[in-house]
Design a protein around this ligand. Sequence first.
Ligand code: MG
Length: 163
Amino acid sequence: MSGGVRIGQGFDIHRLVAGRPLRLGGVEIPFERGLLGHSDGDAVLHAVCDALLGAIAAGDIGTHFPDSEPRYHGADSAVLLAEVTRLLGERGYAVGNVDVNVLAEQPRLAPHFAAMRQRIAAVLGVPVDAVSVKARTLEGLGEIGRGEAIAALAVCTVVRGDG
Ligand code: MG
């Protein structure tokens, strides 16, 4: 694969429902609802997975971890991200940096940014300052604004290794 530095982008959205823990960026966040999904519903980690896979033109998270696979039921998305990171290395690339934007009306996520950055960086094997996590509300507009869902956007660079 050619190119010293490549970029990728990812997007994910999950419905917020009662009776599920809220996991975002590999961190459990206290809230009365959580994200519905075949796995743990971690939209942040899913968007990061898709960004990394996009950067090496290796399909998307659904290609690698299909919903039809029972072993991904309730899966810790950090395990999926670790697997994507391993694939990246196998193709001769390392993570450069990641920038995540979470779209959520509630809960307030700023107090959890540091923990999310640390967790994502640890899984990717990069320094914490290579991972940015920020969030915004949608000013009450649409499904996300009404608190029915949380979405995440991620952009990343990957860098070709020397060997
Ligand atoms: Mg997802």
